[in-house]
Design a binder for this molecule. Structure first.
Ligand SMILES: Cc1cc2nc3c(=O)[nH]c(=O)nc-3n(C[C@H](O)[C@H](O)[C@H](O)COP(=O)(O)OP(=O)(O)OC[C@H]3O[C@@H](n4cnc5c(N)ncnc54)[C@H](O)[C@@H]3O)c2cc1C
Length: 362
């Protein structure tokens, strides 16, 4: 049984299918799979005209396992657009400064059609009957032989499942907050999971879609940093073969963002883009805000308040007791090399699949 259909849960299922192990089920609390991966779609657009509201970049040379997956699925990638000058906004009263652009090495790579292409592509290899969306896992009981998993749909309808192993493909902090374990998890493990911040959970993105990348015509890369806000870091989000776009991460903390009327947030973002990129920024063809802090199955109150850092990965299973080896964390935060990143979700899930195939050689 896999709890959570973000990248880690989906990838684990994809690999189980490849290994000929089809006796698994994924329960996913949200109505759609993908977890922190999400996209905005411009109305009446082509399949590629999608823009990342969650993760945007990966780094193939540093993250070969993820790159192998992307290549194996036949997905097309391209480097983040960084050609041109960047802007720095120090104060609302003075014009933003133009400066030499910063070119990342190695470059962050994006996917044509956005990271959603990765989710869609993996889902194509998973039997849809094996993903139960809109159903949250609530309690796990080990009865000495098997694990019973109680789940609940949004309407309150409950269903229980039985499994030999459970893989937690949800952030450790959410698992510690929302799942009841019988017998209890070792207290040190429960504390460790509760203390692990969920990467990017307190963040939000604003995205504005345009018919043409007018900033590029002005010699600008679309990249900007601002001490004024509401966006702190802005990038070109244009999609090859699709529309032009800019996106920014909010620098306003979650509690301030969420206390503002959404129309004011949109207006303030537009105003900032006009200050930076001029009047053509005033009329986006479409605009979106995605606030991950408001996602109840991804962000907790502790994520709103805590300092964001890539934490050390917590223990993936109990070191002793009934849960040892039967219950395993496979979400990104449990990865050793890339905790919090997409590549971490792949690494952590692959580790679980490898250990299962070693236990059950075919
Ligand atoms: C704004 C933003 C920008 C980012 N940028 C990047 C980037 O550029 N590059 C990068 O590498 N990474 C980035 N990340 C991080 C990346 O998105 C994550 O590392 C990755 O998506 C995590 O996947 P996961 O499957 O481990 O967890 P998640 O995607 O969090 O999936 C967990 C799933 O579990 C489900 N769930 C929760 N509770 C339950 C329950 N009780 N029962 C059933 N299901 C449950 C959730 O609904 C969710 O679908 C970014 C994240 C955000 C939010």
């Amino acid at each position: 049984m896999i709890v959570g259909a973000g990248l880690a849960g989906l990838y684990a299922a994809y690999r189980l299918e490849q290994c000929g192990m089809q006796d698994y089920l994924i329960v996913e609390a949200r109505a759609i799979p993908g977890g922190r991966i999400g996209c905005a779609v411009r109305a009446n657009s082509t399949a590629v005209d999608r823009f990342d509201l969650g993760p945007t970049w990966f780094w193939p040379t540093l993250q070969p396992q993820l790159n192998q997956l992307v290549q194996g699925l036949g997905l097309k990638c391209f480097p983040q657009h960084e050609q041109g000058e960047m802007l720095l906004e120090r104060a609302a009263v003075s014009a933003p400064a133009r400066m030499r652009g910063y070119v990342s090495e190695p470059p962050g790579m994006r996917l044509v059609g956005g990271m959603q292409s990765l989710v869609d592509s993996i889902c194509g290899y998973i039997d849809p009957q094996r993903i139960r969306t809109g159903r949250r896992a609530k309690a796990l009981r080990y009865n000495g032989e098997r694990i019973e998993i109680d789940s609940e749909e949004g309407c309150g309808r409950r269903e229980s499942f039985v499994a030999k192993h459970v893989w937690l493909a949800l952030p450790p902090r959410i698992a510690a907050r929302d799942l009841e374990f019988e017998p209890e998890l070792p207290h040190a493990l429960q504390r460790q999971w509760s203390a692990t911040p969920t990467w990017m959970a307190p963040h939000a993105k604003y995205l504005a879609v345009y018919d043409r990348p007018f900033w590029r015509e002005d010699g600008l890369s679309g990249e900007a940093r601002s001490l004024v806000g509401p966006l702190g870091e802005i990038h070109d989000a244009s999609m090859p073969g699709g529309s032009a776009a800019l996106f920014g991460f909010f620098s306003l903390p979650a509690n301030q963002r969420c206390s503002e009327p959404i129309e004011r947030l949109y207006a303030n973002c537009r105003e900032q883009l006009i200050r930076l990129f001029g009047l053509p920024a005033a009329a986006p063809a479409a605009e979106f805000i995605k606030d991950w802090a408001l996602e109840p199955f991804i962000a907790t109150h502790a994520d709103w308040l805590g300092v964001q850092r890539h934490a050390d990965s917590p223990d993936e299973t109990a070191r002793f007791g009934s849960w040892q080896g039967r219950l395993r964390g496979i979400a990104s935060e449990w990865s050793t090399h890339f905790p919090g990143y997409l590549a971490g979700a792949i690494e952590a899930a692959e580790g679980a699949v490898m250990s299962l195939t070693e236990l059950n050689p075919r």
